[in-house]
Every structure is written in structure tokens, then in C-alpha cells.
Write a protein that binds this ligand. Structure first.
Ligand code: SF4
Ligand code: SF4
Length: 127
């Protein structure tokens, strides 16, 4: 089985709302700023918030990510965190996290053996 066999985004937008924020790396900032035709400093000032010492994408008044508009409006350059979902390190640490994530994300399958999930997560993380 391939990663795309155990996760298919249903484009519901649930992961783009709340959940403590979408972290952006320096690389994300550069790419998104270029995509929306602004400079990194203005992007941080106008589209980011702080979560402790880290930067996250700002949220609109509706609680959704500022770039959510029925779909992700920066899809080609969306943050690493968004691209990686749901194939993330914490699943390798504790398989229960896969099921916890599936409770919030209808695109995640839970009817596959743990060994397959682990194999797919490792494969995606090694890219
Ligand atoms: S919650 Fe899951 S299915 Fe819904 S948009 Fe996010 S990744 Fe896609
Ligand atoms: S950048 Fe796109 S995929 Fe990521 S939280 Fe915002 S709208 Fe969702």
C-alpha cells in the first residue's frame, strides 16, 4: 500500500481551523511571500501571528487560517506542516496519534494495519 492509499484529503477544511496554529519556517515564509507577491517582512507583519517564540499563520475572524477560502489559496506553497500532514513524526513515536488525528480528519483511514501506516509515514518523512 502507498501513502495515497491510506490518506486522501476530503478537502473539508477542518484542519485549517483552530488546532493551535500552523507553524511557518523561514523557507515557508520566503515561498509564500513570493507567491502572494509581497516581501517576507510584510508577509510576517500582515499574515502571521506569534505562538510563543514561533510564527504561525494568522487566523481570520471565522477561526480559519487566513489563507482558507473554501480551499487553500496558497496550495502550491503551503507550509511544510500542511504538506506533511498526516505523515508526521509523532505517529512514529506513538501509533495512537494516527487514530487521534483520524478523529479530526476524515481523509485518514484507520482500517489498515499499524505496520502499513508506519511504513507509509517513514516513506513520506524520508522525502
Ligand atoms: S481535515 Fe483532513 S480531509 Fe479535511 S481538509 Fe484537512 S487534511 Fe483534508
Ligand atoms: S496554509 Fe492552506 S492548508 Fe495550511 S492551514 Fe492554511 S489554508 Fe489550510
Amino acid at each position: 500500500m502507498k501513502p495515497s492509499d491510506i490518506f486522501k484529503c476530503a478537502k473539508c477544511g477542518d484542519c485549517c481551523k483552530g488546532y493551535g496554529g500552523t507553524y511557518v519556517t523561514a523557507k515557508d515564509i520566503k515561498a509564500i511571500a513570493a507567491y502572494i507577491k509581497t516581501d517576507p517582512e510584510s508577509f510576517v507583519d500582515n499574515y502571521c501571528s506569534r505562538s510563543g517564540s514561533r510564527l504561525v499563520l494568522a487566523q481570520g475572524e471565522n477561526g480559519y487560517c487566513i489563507f482558507w477560502d473554501g480551499l487553500c489559496t496558497i496550495h502550491p506553497v503551503k507550509p511544510h506542516m500542511c504538506k506533511q500532514w498526516p505523515f508526521i513524526e509523532s505517529v512514529l513515536v506513538d501509533m495512537n496519534n494516527w487514530d487521534i488525528m483520524a478523529n479530526q480528519c476524515p481523509g485518514i483511514r484507520t482500517d489498515v494495519p499499524d505496520s502499513i501506516v508506519l511504513e507509509c509515514v517513514k516513506k513520506e518523512l524520508s522525502k
